[in-house]
Design a protein around this ligand. Structure first.
Ligand code: SF4
Length: 248
């Protein structure tokens, strides 16, 4: 079954099957370069574990320091209503970083982004891209749930975004996939509608990381007629990743 067929079938969209089938693409996972913080720690430490082990240890230490900082963060008022912070999950050397809006009720309870039905649909989208969930990193613009799932406020985004920027700097992904209008508009500091943000390669953060916008799976669950449009986005994402890997 082709990636398109897998994707549409997973989303519950009727699939027309051609006679000739193509093999599904296989995503290559090139490891990201060691981050600069880890390299600096290596030079200072002179670890007996060897360069690779020392870099990994410094990398782990940097991640745990950031996670600990976030877990007790009180920079904004969302700290007063959260059950717990939702730091992010996945492969720290991922090629693809998926960024959503903010934790919902399930995420606030479980401490992991994109769980529940929306998470399952995201998993289907990722598989269709050739990047199963465990190969990517997943985070949100905000690390605490806004009460009653209201939209993030500008002050909250301003407080929380530096954490996400640090994660981007450590992961150094080839591509960021912003899912949903709220994530896209906050990451790109724009009020441009989602429909006009799709289909373009934008840039995010100090590294000017390529960023592509698509629909939020929760929106697709509410508006199933839009599911086919996400296939166009996923093909665009796959093409951009292939181009980035080839160095073109
Ligand atoms: S949303 Fe971000 S800035 Fe606000 S309290 Fe949570 S971790 Fe801190």
């Amino acid at each position: 079954m082709s990636a398109r067929e897998q994707y549409l079938e997973a989303l519950g969209v009727d699939v027309w099957k051609p006679r000739t089938r193509r093999a599904p693409p296989v995503a290559a996972q090139a490891p990201a370069a060691p981050d600069e913080v880890a390299a600096a720690s290596l030079a200072a430490a002179g670890s007996a574990a060897g360069p690779a082990g020392a870099i990994e240890a410094a990398d782990d230490a940097a991640w745990e320091a950031l996670r600990a900082q976030v877990s007790v963060c009180t920079r904004c008022e969302l700290s007063q209503t959260r059950t717990q912070t939702v730091f992010g999950v996945g492969n720290r050397r991922a090629e693809v970083l998926v960024i959503g809006e903010a934790p919902g009720a399930d995420e606030d309870r479980q401490g992991e982004p994109f769980v529940g039905r929306a998470g399952q649909l995201l998993n289907s989208m990722l598989r269709a891209m050739g990047y199963p969930r465990d190969t990517v990193y997943i985070a949100n613009v905000l690390k605490c749930r806004p009460p009653a799932n209201r939209e993030p406020r500008p002050a909250e985004v301003a407080c929380c975004l530096p954490y996400l920027q640090q994660q981007v700097d450590m992961i150094q992904p080839r591509l960021i996939v912003a899912v949903g209008r709220v994530a896209a508009q906050n990451l790109l500091a724009t009020e441009t509608p989602l429909a006009r943000l799709r289909g373009h390669v934008h840039r995010f953060g100090t590294r000017a990381t390529p960023l592509i916008v698509t629909y939020h799976p929760a929106y697709l669950l509410r508006s199933p007629t839009e599911k086919r449009k996400t296939w166009v986005d996923l093909k665009f994402i796959r093409a951009e990743l292939a181009r980035a890997r080839s160095g073109a």
